[in-house]
Ligand binder design. Structure first.
Ligand SMILES: Cc1cc2nc3c(=O)[nH]c(=O)nc-3n(C[C@H](O)[C@H](O)[C@H](O)COP(=O)(O)O)c2cc1C
Ligand code: SF4
Length: 519
């Protein structure tokens, strides 16, 4: 058997040197006259081990990492092509690495396993089975399957995907659209990027299923400009899928036509908000639209539109393939299926961990993530991006579940978590939340546009010890106004990081001796 070496071309792995490692392997294999196939795969999401190189042998797939270019000759000498152990970078059989072995990979089943742009590899690993089943189903049955699976939007709001699809399906219009939200602006998140770079056909398949279900003829993937590699992979995947008849005038011979176009955003956090995104797609300024009308009824160019996150859409093929009850069996309460948790910040084992809902936050941070990279105690964990609450270790028993997080005044959002050690200044983090909102506000409503600026100013007064108690009370009052008076969740959720910081870390908001002296 001709050995196969896998070296990720994922941009996270590339940032850590995977490109240099691939070149070093090419040169060294050539120098030794060895006939070895190199496949540039996506990432498995074990970023603490990237660049992770794998070799496929007759006895399985073995991993080495993190590999640097200068390790390559030594690894080959140590028998990498036979999957030999003994070298310090040897990690064993890939699937048995504890970080991977504990996962339930449904959405990310192929990510990091195959050549992302090989349709043959995609099919060989179960790809297109969901779409094939959907082609043979009535649209109403596709929608029912998605509804029964319990799948909820993974973009942040957790709205049931099947119900959104049903609204678009029931709408009567000459044109309908599927818009994939790949703006992925939340801190600590990279799941959308990983899928687009590592398994782009699963997203295309999910969008095609959505089109069959709702009667949409055209799809757009709106990708943030900071993801040039994902843009390139998606464009090529759409080209391959179109020439293979997965997209085009008759999706897999169904008679239903569906095309996909890739669009690149200009880089505004608020353009991840669905109505702002639709304005941006239409060539307008990325300003939030008032709802109603819902995008499902009057969305892109005023037509019924499904707007779904990358992970929501990429989870649909497995739902169709394995059935609603298979998917629904994972998870707890109203949070069904699996969720790709993205662990980042000051953490030992940063990466993507797909698992059924229900792990406690403490298990994720301490057991999976391995605690802080600095070795100092964890002080706070922000869950759900820049608009998410800060959780102290006292709340680490909270299960990863939409309702459980809401009950603790938090949110899961796009499932990114950022870990901080005990050196973090929570007043500075609260101020950052206001200033982030001020910078990213679309400006349409007053509580967000003005409130965020006043919030940062008032916290500066708190830090300076000026009328300390009154200004802290003012911040709380301002948060109430922003929470209930903002048009969208940018202004409406900025109070979450601010108030959680004040509530759980009051000691960080005490008057500061230095500042008082300056007064
Ligand atoms: C300020 C703001 C930014 C958002 N950014 C994103 C984003 O980057 N990606 C995303 O999928 N949803 C984002 N959302 C949520 C979207 O508005 C929308 O709920 C989502 O795309 C719907 O897809 P889903 O039902 O599959 O989650 C954002 C919302 C707000 C208020
Ligand atoms: S809350 Fe902020 S971002 Fe949202 S509509 Fe109002 S001004 Fe725009």
């Amino acid at each position: 058997m001709r050995p196969v070496i896998y070296i990720p071309a994922d941009s996270g792995a590339m940032a850590l040197g995977a490109g240099r490692v691939a070149r070093a392997f090419e040169e060294e294999l050539f120098r030794r006259g060895l006939d070895v196939k190199i496949v540039r795969n996506g990432s498995r999401g074990l970023y603490f081990l990237e660049p992770m190189v794998e070799v496929e042998t007759a006895s399985g797939r073995f991993a080495y990492g993190p590999v640097r270019a200068r390790d390559v000759a030594e690894l080959l000498d140590a028998g990498l092509l036979d999957g030999a152990g003994g070298h310090p970078l040897f990690l064993g059989e890939t699937e048995k690495i504890p970080f991977l072995a504990r996962q339930t990979r449904l959405t990310f089943a192929r990510c990091g396993v195959i050549d992302p742009l090989s349709l043959d590899a995609y099919r060989a690993h179960g790809g297109l089975a969901g779409l094939e089943k959907a082609v043979a189903m009535a649209p109403a049955d596709i929608v029912k399957t998605v509804t029964d699976s319990g799948l909820r939007g993974r973009g942040g709001a957790g709205f049931p995907t099947g119900i959104k699809w049903k609204t678009v399906q029931d709408a009567v219009a000459d044109r309908k659209y599927i818009v994939c939200n790949a703006d992925e602006g939340d801190s600590a998140t990279f799941a959308d990027r990983m899928i687009m770079e590592g398994d782009p056909f699963v997203l295309i398949e999910g969008m095609a299923i959505a089109a069959l279900a709702t009667g949409a003829q055209k799809g757009f993937v709106y990708i943030r400009s900071e993801y040039p590699h994902a843009v390139a992979v998606m464009r090529e995947a759409v080209r391959v899928a179109t020439s293979a008849g997965i997209l085009g005038p008759s999706v897999l011979g169904s008679g239903h036509g569906f095309d996909i176009e890739i669009r690149v955003g200009a880089g505004a956090y608020v353009c991840g908000e669905e109505t702002s995104l639709l304005n941006s797609l239409e060539g307008k300024r990325g300003v939030v639209r008032a709802k109603p009308p819902l995008p499902a009824l009057e969305g892109l160019f005023g037509k019924p539109t499904v707007v779904n996150n990358v992970i929501s859409l990429a989870s649909v093929p497995v739902v169709l393939d394995r059935g609603a009850s298979f998917y629904k069996d994972f998870g707890l309460g109203r949070s069904r299926g699996t969720i790709p948790i993205q662990i980042a910040g000051n953490v030992r084992r940063g990466g993507l961990f797909e698992v059924a809902f229900g792990l406690s936050l403490g298990e994720i941070v301490e057991e999976i993530g391995g605690g802080t990279a600095s070795g100092r105690p964890v002080k706070a964990v922000q869950v759900g991006g820049p608009l998410g609450a800060y959780f102290p270790p006292a709340l680490f028993d909270t299960p990863f579940d939409y309702e459980a997080f809401a009950a603790k005044d938090g949110l899961i959002g796009h499932a990114g978590i950022t870990v901080f050690d005990d050196t973090v200044d929570m007043m500075a983090m609260a101020r950052f939340a206001f200033s982030f909102c001020a910078v990213e506000s679309c400006g349409k409503c007053t509580p967000c546009r003005i409130g965020s600026v006043r919030g940062a100013e008032t916290l500066d007064k708190v830090a300076a010890g000026i009328a300390h108690a009154d200004n802290l009370a003012l911040v709380t009052e301002l948060c109430e106004t922003m929470k209930f008076g903002s048009l969208c969740a940018l202004g409406g959720f900025t109070p979450y990081p601010v108030m959680s910081a004040i509530t759980h870390f009051p000691e960080d908001f005490a008057p500061r001796p230095m500042a008082q002296a300056a007064e």
